[in-house]
Design a protein around this ligand. Structure first.
Ligand code: URA
Length: 479
């Protein structure tokens, strides 16, 4: 088959493809397809990096041959496409040619990508692996500093030095993870700016464009120092996970040598005090949002897209607490935006409670689910997971200091009381917590959604009555 196609290539013709952007997989694929269909062999084409002007027609790019009518479709399997999409982000200039060579070979050997002994396959896999590693480091080691903008809004800025052209490819990750913040990630390979709605790209930046220390950094340092568990210290593993070259942009890294040096003494102290770890609480909601995402205290933290922080005023008189984010909340990065949230919103409105004046959050901050085909099915958090996540809920309580807490369902009630209570006996009257906050317990809106007919009507009436009691109490406290 290749011979037939090869005839289409003019003898000795050599082409140069100038890439418009270093990470433009779609462009590379389009050119590679046409070249293969015209039978241009790997030695008949040179691929060059963009010249930095962003002008596609700058210089040196040749007019490529047009595939003949009826040219055969180019063969590229899923594995190739997934490898190529990633490997193209590598900083090695030869990557475009290596990928073309592999695509060329794939036309006559559809199983080539599985052949681990093939040197081109091995090279492309190495490129892919090193890009993956770089992306992983970016996810783990980007550290935002807080700056005040002219309009007084909070803006977070991070500096990161990727090895490869991974910045644009990772925009979605950071957008999902920090959806509710305004942030910029500055890098020498280009910048990302997110204003809560729109992602913009910017030209390469320099280290001096990014701010240095600030309160978030202090928070990171104290958080890291206080959660650093000397009893678990494994220097080798830590260095391989967090190579030294990243330390200079990570505030907490400055503490590592000191922490390692002090680890033994601290371990002895901890053993004597019978403690496992001590933490410093964040002082603001935005500071908490920064560190919450890195929480790995329980296995749920590995599920889903992100930790979902509560939302609302830091001075709200009412805190509403659910169980855990669901599928839609995980995607949106906001609590109670899915079906249960809609039911809650309309019930609050009917009871005369303005959701916007409350602080809405969950007992557990990550979405726990099992994957069933394309669907992610909710799994109830265990008592242990609720208890583990309580530290974050208490941090929110310490910042917001609500007068009233409304717990929706058994998980939220457990998070507040440390024990399981029956809804039937707990609803309709307040429980006074240690700090004098009134806790009101009612059903979870998802419970109502699971009922039908008269059972649903009955439970909806009880739910409405509970909310009305809370509204009355809020009015009394505000008077
Ligand atoms: N259910 C909850 O408990 N919390 C949410 O945020 C959404 C659904």
């Amino acid at each position: 088959m290749m011979e037939a196609v090869l005839k289409a290539m003019p003898d000795g013709q050599h082409y140069t493809v100038r890439m418009p952007a270093a990470d433009d997989f779609a462009f590379w694929r389009e050119q590679a397809r046409a070249l293969i269909q015209c039978g241009v062999p790997p030695e008949g084409v040179s691929w060059s990096e963009p010249d930095g002007t962003g002008d596609l027609f700058a210089s040196g790019g040749d007019a490529l041959p047009q595939p003949p009518d009826g040219a055969r479709a180019v063969r590229a399997n899923k594995r190739f496409v997934s490898l190529a999409r990633n490997a193209i982000l590598h900083s090695e200039p030869e990557r475009f040619a290596q990928l073309y060579l592999l695509l060329w070979k794939l036309q006559s050997n559809p199983r080539i990508v599985e052949d681990k002994t093939d040197p081109v396959v091995r090279r492309v896999e190495e490129l892919d692996k090193s890009v993956r590693r770089d992306s992983h480091k970016m996810h783990a080691f980007v550290r935002f500093r807080l700056i005040e903008t002219e309009d007084g809004a909070e803006h977070y800025v991070a500096w990161f030095e990727p090895d490869h052209h991974i910045v644009r490819a990772n925009a979605g990750f950071f957008k999902r993870r920090f959806a509710n913040m305004r942030w910029s990630i500055l890098t020498p390979r280009g910048c990302l700016h997110w204003d809560g709605k729109i992602m913009r790209e910017g030209p390469p930046a320099e280290r001096s464009d990014a701010p240095d220390g600030d309160p978030v950094e202090q928070l990171w340092k104290s958080y890291y120092a206080s959660t650093f568990n000397p009893a678990r210290l494994k220097v080798g593993a830590m260095l391989s996970e967090m190579p030294k070259k990243y330390w200079k942009n990570m505030p907490e890294a400055a503490l590592i040598p000191e922490l390692i040096a002090g680890a033994q003494a601290r371990e002895a102290q901890m053993v004597a005090a019978g403690e496992r770890e001590v933490r410093v609480r964040p002082q603001t909601l935005s500071a908490m949002a920064q560190v919450l995402n890195n929480c790995r205290d329980c296995p749920i933290a590995e599920c889903g897209t992100r930790a979902v922080m509560g939302e609302g005023s830091s001075r709200a008189p009412l805190m509403i607490i659910g169980e855990q984010p669901g599928d839609q909340e995980d995607l949106a990065g906001r609590p109670f935006v899915g079906p249960a949230g809609q039911l809650l919103d309309s019930a609050l409105e009917r009871a005369g409670i303005d959701r916007a004046s409350a602080y809405v959050t969950n007992a557990v901050k990550h979405f726990k689910f099992v994957q069933k085909g394309k669907r992610r099915l909710h799994q109830t958090s265990t008592a242990k997971e609720i208890d583990t996540c309580r530290w974050w809920l208490e941090s929110e309580r310490a910042i917001v200091k609500p007068r009233i807490i409304l717990a929706l369902g058994a998980s939220a009630a457990r998070a507040l009381l440390g024990k399981t209570v029956s809804l039937a006996s707990a609803r309709g009257k307040p429980i006074l917590l240690d700090d004098e906050t009134e806790l009101w317990i009612t059903a979870h809106p998802s419970y109502l959604l699971r009922l039908d007919g008269s059972a649903r009507e009955e439970q909806a009436a009880l739910f409405a009555a509970d909310l009305t009691l809370v509204r009355t109490r809020l009015t009394q406290l505000a008077a």
